[in-house]
Design a binder for this molecule. Structure first.
Ligand SMILES: NC(=O)c1ccc[n+]([C@@H]2O[C@H](COP(=O)([O-])OP(=O)(O)OC[C@H]3O[C@@H](n4cnc5c(N)ncnc54)[C@H](O)[C@@H]3O)[C@@H](O)[C@H]2O)c1
Ligand SMILES: O=C(O)C(=O)C[C@]1(C(=O)O)C=C[C@@H](O)C=C1
Length: 311
């Protein structure tokens, strides 16, 4: 593959930026990769492991003459970082982000945009529970979705170039409205993380009355289900504060269903439990039998639920 951007600036050097650097290098997509991070320790590690061609100390230095700038920091500080870099962006540069929430990031970054900058928000639907400059790897985006939410009027050639970069990194790219994105992700990613964090908290509370046996003997189900509770607390604090409305909507629906199951258990309503598990198993298995990537969200079904009645 050939070079798509002559100079790419990565702001934030954690899991996602690091994986982008590895993936861009694997396919030779960037002429030069320049990176920076807030902490001197992160910059030092990034320099030692050769994550970028150049690691610099300031965001202003990083974005100078870059034709693509990627904001890869927690969503709560996207606006502050955008304000910092705005005066230093090269005319005609593309600015994107990888944040897990889209409407709030757009609201934060929008006021700092100057004429001639192409702002194309994005979100790779790929990650792990690890973070920091050592956690990235080239294969992270292979066969995963990247959602782009270009605002109306975005130059199609700028979007096409960013799409080509992500495809070169191994991803399948789709475009989506930011509000729809935030609702879909509240279902498929944000609320599940909240539930996993909560379940670990419950197990830890119980540990005190069971002499650590809960964690020691935790079965595969608990381990699989709570892997994501080892994820970065800053990232997830910001996600919930940024995607407040959609997360509260889905959490409301979740607790309603949970109360119905709780009542069925209390009243011994086995028919209700069996019918519920039969339906949800069929939904989950349906994805598998259709040969789809079971980790990918079902945009169609969730999309319909947005405007339709609660099921
Ligand atoms: N982890 C995931 O699974 C995942 C998946 C998709 C998208 N995202 C999104 O990607 C973004 C980055 O997440 P990550 O997992 O790579 O996080 P990370 O914690 O691995 O890396 C974040 C980086 O941002 C840097 N940083 C923090 N504040 C900064 C500032 N003010 N200026 C410059 N650098 C700063 C940190 O030093 C670190 O290098 C987040 O917005 C997150 O929502 C994460
Ligand atoms: O696999 C994981 O560890 C993840 O949590 C990745 C995950 C997800 O929920 O699917 C987390 C946050 C993102 O914004 C995108 C991907």
């Amino acid at each position: 593959m050939s070079v798509i951007y002559a100079r790419v600036a990565l702001i934030g050097l954690g899991l996602i930026a690091g994986s982008m650097a590895h993936a861009m290098r694997r396919a030779g997509l960037a002429g030069e990769i320049v990176g920076t991070a807030r902490s001197a320790e992160t910059r030092k590690i990034a320099g030692e492991i050769g994550l970028c061609d150049r690691v610099v100390d300031t965001t202003a230095e990083a974005v100078r003459d870059a034709d693509l700038v990627v904001l890869a920091v927690p969503v709560g500080i996207m606006g502050a970082v955008a304000a910092e870099i705005a005066p230093h962006l090269a005319p005609g540069a593309t600015l994107t982000d990888v944040g897990s929430v889209k409407q709030d990031v757009i609201a934060q970054v929008g006021p700092h945009l100057t004429d001639g900058i192409h702002f194309i928000p994005g979100h790779p639907l790929a990650g792990t529970e690890h973070s920091g400059p050592r956690s990235g790897f080239a294969e992270l985006f292979d066969n995963r979705y990247v959602l782009l939410t270009p605002p109306e009027g975005t130059d199609p050639s700028a979007t096409a170039k960013l799409r080509a970069l992500w495809e070169g990194c191994g991803a399948n790219v789709e475009e989506m409205d930011p509000d729809h994105h935030d609702l879909v992700l509240a279902v498929t990613s944000h609320t599940p993380h909240l539930i996993a964090y909560t379940m670990v908290g419950v197990a830890d509370d119980l540990r005190r009355v069971t002499d650590s046996e809960v964690i020691k003997y935790s079965a595969a189900g608990f381990r699989d289900f709570t892997r994501i509770a080892a994820s970065d607390p800053t990232m997830w604090r910001d996600v919930f504060l940024s995607n407040k409305e959609a997360t509260l909507e889905i959490l409301g629906r979740f607790t309603e269903e949970l109360f119905a199951l709780q009542r069925a258990i209390r009243t011994g309503d086995g028919d209700h439990l069996h019918a519920y598990f039969t339906r949800t198993r069929a939904i989950r298995r349906g994805n598998i039998e259709a040969g789809q990537d079971t980790d990918a969200p079902d945009f169609g079904r969730i999309g319909q639920r947005k405007d339709g009645p609660a099921e």
